[in-house]
Design a protein around this ligand. Sequence first.
Ligand code: TTP
Ligand code: MG
Length: 406
Amino acid sequence: MASPESRSTRTILHVDMDAFFAAVEQRDHPELRGRPVIIGADPRGGRGRGVVSTASYEARRFGVGSAMPISQAWRACPDGVYLPPNMERYAAESRRVMEILRRFTDRVEPVSIDEAFLDMTASQRALGSGEVVARRLKDAIHGETGLTASVGVAPSKLVAKVASDMRKPDGLVVVPAGEEAAFLAPLPVRRLWGVGPRMEETLAKLGVVTIGDLAALDPARLERRLGTHGHDLQALARGIDDREVHADSEEAKSIGQEHTFASDTKDPERLRSLLLDLSDTVAARLRAHGLKARTLTLKYRDDRFRTTTHARTLPAGLDSGDEIFEVIRVLFEEVHRGRRVRLLGVSSSHFGADTPQLELFAGDEDPSPVDRLRDQVAERFGKGSLTRASLLGRRERRNPSDRPED
Ligand code: TTP
Ligand code: MG
């Protein structure tokens, strides 16, 4: 089995808002700050019904917490402020927070109304270490919403999630690669995914109380008791967790345009001018949405209906027709083998509005990503290959089968 070190190390952040519903109410009603606030009151009044959604940290000192019956909360904390939930408000705040996270990377996986995973592995060179990003992200959330978040930084989702919970509220815990197992070892086994009260009991019978106990248990014994599940669980206990961050609706988020030639062609002028046209159309639509795209995809179908898609992701987002065309041109040269072409498409994804990467590139002495590409093209295809003036023969007329593909 591959050891965790043999894989390239990932940087995953888990962000979880502190006492989320209660914190929104305390922000909006300053008189509630510093007081025990319990969300989940019976909207019809009275103390009897329902369960607690969440409690402010002040209320938690009285032992009040999520999922507790309201009647029990009243007994534990009679002087608390009991409020009905205002879900629309919390959902709106959640969207704001997720938007902030997406400015740091598009690899954001929201997992509940107040938490998300971010995979910062690819953005680290531009944005800094996981810890640096975590601080900036906490500052941005606090500065823009007045709410606090706790963040865990680790090479896996499991460890990042456990880490974000370690120093709540307003916490930041970083677990470096190689230290996952030691970090998890002293914690109770129920902190692992897949360990509920029943499993906890089963494990206790094997003498397993902490995650470290589980990691050290004889695998054969564990497997006799739990089957293959035991094996998976022990891997988690040792900090091995390869689950990926699934960015939400990656496919849904693309803006593109494609065109089928009226007659298949290998005329370079027609091909180039269509690519330019498609690039301009996509760029105009990006600008209309206030977006810049970091990933550009070329769709290429030849006269035998063989379809290829070829994509490139850049370090900074683009929204100009010229720049998009230059990238698409390279992609085209990489797939085109002089065949007759039936269809070409350009699409863009991986969006950001004002990505922090762009600020970084502004002051950078390195050539911009587009300049680098231009150089790359010049090197491969000769200096004149990107001269746009030469392209503008006749543009392909739009035909009814053209379609935007988002
Ligand atoms: P959590 O993140 O579990 O809790 P929290 O944000 O209130 O507190 P913290 O993270 O600092 O420990 O859940 C987020 C929100 O989801 C919470 O504010 C209210 C809601 N919620 C419920 O409605 N019922 C529940 O049982 C839980 C756990 C949460
Ligand atoms: Mg929370």
